[in-house]
Design a protein around this ligand. Structure first.
Ligand SMILES: Nc1ncnc2c1ncn2[C@@H]1O[C@H](COP(=O)(O)OP(=O)(O)O)[C@@H](O)[C@H]1O
Ligand SMILES: [Mg+2]
Length: 213
């Protein structure tokens, strides 16, 4: 089993949206997927309650390290952990319990600054990490500028950019994900492109410090 946590000290960057979309994409490939929602707001859990079908399992846990200790690793291929903003101890614990940390951000200076906390924590814990530019207007110059800025700072950033689309927003209400309802197929291309990049990083990733002790 591999553990992916989706982390940012900032709210509203797309953690829950991307967690759900990536988990569903992985499950559609036949992976056995479990989810943990560490955000007290419980958005991921309530999304799953609205979801029809049983392609994803939910696990109750207060901390990521506790979830990893308690789960039967032979039963799942992947554990996705959605995290709250600002709760630094919870975020640090999630990073330490992960094979890979996904850091969503919008293409703005404020979001780039906010993403630095997560990048520094992942670096300190020696855990693979990947920034993902989300909710982007591809026509805006800031989108490309953000990507270039992160690459210049040697921060790993996904080539796939997740664009601002009504499908991502609307899907959550119905317990679905952007790719499942976007008739243009763009959301599917984006999330499957992102998932391919994530799998390439996961192939080389190792579990963080918290779970090695
Ligand atoms: N790519 C996107 N396109 C359109 N809306 C998005 C996109 N990503 C996120 N959103 C919307 O932005 C808001 C914040 O996203 P959410 O996933 O809840 O962020 P977080 O979990 O980081 O707080 C939600 O209303 C969500 O539907
Ligand atoms: Mg959230």
């Amino acid at each position: 089993m591999q553990v992916i946590s989706i982390v940012s000290s900032k709210g509203g960057v797309g953690k829950t949206t991307l967690t759900s979309a990536l988990a569903v994409m992985a499950a559609s490939e036949g992976k056995r997927v479990a989810l943990v929602d560490l955000d007290p707001q419980g958005s991921l859990e309530s999304w799953l309650d609205r979801r029809a079908g049983d392609d994803l399992s939910f696990m109750d846990a207060e901390k990521a390290s506790e979830a990893v200790d308690e789960i039967d690793e032979a039963q799942y291929d992947l554990l996705f952990i959605d995290t709250p903003p600002a709760f630094i101890t919870t975020i640090e614990d999630a990073i330490g319990a992960s094979d890979l940390v996904i850091i969503p951000l919008r293409a703005s200076a404020l979001d780039i600054l906010a993403s630095e906390d997560a990048v520094l924590m992942a670096r300190a814990a020696d855990v693979a990490h990947l920034c993902v530019i989300n909710d982007a207007e591809s026509r805006w110059k800031t989108t490309e500028a953000a990507s270039k800025y992160l690459s210049a700072a040697k921060v790993p950033v996904a080539k796939t950019i997740v664009t601002h689309r009504a499908a991502y927003l609307g899907a959550m209400t119905a317990g679905k994900t952007g790719p499942e309802i976007d008739k243009t197929g763009t959301a599917r291309d984006e999330i499957s492109g992102l998932w391919s990049e994530i799998k390439a990083v996961l192939a080389k990733a190792k579990r963080g410090a918290k779970s090695r002790v």
